[in-house]
Design a protein around this ligand. Sequence first.
Ligand SMILES: [Ca+2]
Length: 437
Amino acid sequence: MKTATNLLPTLTAALMLLGSITVEAVEKNNIIIILADDYGYGDVGCYGSKRFKTPNIDALAAGGIRFTDFHSNGAVCSPTRAALLTGRYQQRTGITGVVTAAGHRHTGLDLKETTFAEILKPAGYATALFGKWHVGYKPDYNPIHQGFDEFTGYVSGNIDYHNHRDQTGKADWWKQDRLTPEEGYSTDLITDHAVNFIEGNKDNPFILYIAHEAPHYPYQGRLDPPRYTERGRGNDPVTLKVYKEMIEVMDENVGRVVQAVVDAGLDKQTAIFFLSDNGPFSIGSAGPLRGKKGQIMEGGHRVPAIAYWPGKIEAGRVSNLTAMGADLLPTMAAIGEVPLPEGVKLDGINLLPHLIENKQLTPRPLFWGVKGKIAVRQGDYKLITNRSFSDPVLYNLKSDLGETKNITAQHPEIVHDLIKLLKAWHKDVTEGVKKRT
Ligand SMILES: [Ca+2]
């Protein structure tokens, strides 16, 4: 048996080891993604909105990078989320449409797909999603099976902000994979969980995915009555007053998250991304862009997007880099210094050299598929056509951001080249893939 005297060196060595482990863990950087739902390019203060005040989101832009040419991969919720989670075009995952709550007949994001939570977890990251999942309704497809240690939120596309029923009338508020009712206005409730998570994980690295409901319908402010009953979605009128409240309450909650990071002393080691999952719906505005949610025009998928990381990202930059949601997974892998998944065809690229060193990245074409339409973007040009490639329209987004002048006749060679790219991409991402929505 050891005496107290000769135990001391052993104890000291153990404490030193413990100390070095703690220091190493603290040095890993945290990542927070805040995803708004159906939040239009024209409805953010720093993107020129005159209708709504968004001082907290604007502060992220003022302290970081505001992207002017950032795109959601889908023009509706589920496809965008599939791409964001996997770093791949959603077509490869089979999630090409909305995974609706109605009838429960859909599957969801294949458990074989590798999410950003799964690539960061092995490096010691605590992982959480609070808010909307929407890539699998059944418990088998719950976020806890896709790398998230913690999930509190809803699995359908939208819920009553107060009673948390989905639009078919079913209860849809979960803790992990169990229905667990909680009181609260969803935007506030999602943030309550996020703030608790930040406080509880200040001594270890974390990735926190905050998927807000706002400003998706139903149109309800903090004091408005329920819109959904056991019979489903009822009358759901929208007014500018309520829409404004929904956006401004979300902004306030963005501020709460940033404050929680500061309070935990983590502001220099936490990268925060804010973006929307697709274009605006209803009275939402896409600003100068043509089209809205569900459309292949810019208004459907060019979204507000901000990257904020004090001390790493220079404040007040505006970037015109053409980028997409699927880029976040490789970017997060770089931030967390973890390897990319082996044997997985990724489409996103690591944006970190652009974010922190202002490097110009190698230009590449980007692609979208929305309902019967597909589109390719290369440089200033965007070509949209149907799936038989027979009715191309070509726009120059630099001179015509609003997509008003079809210039196919003036540029047959560009049309030819872009269709060729589009055909190859379409074949690559869809061949052998089973639809999962
Ligand atoms: Ca959406």
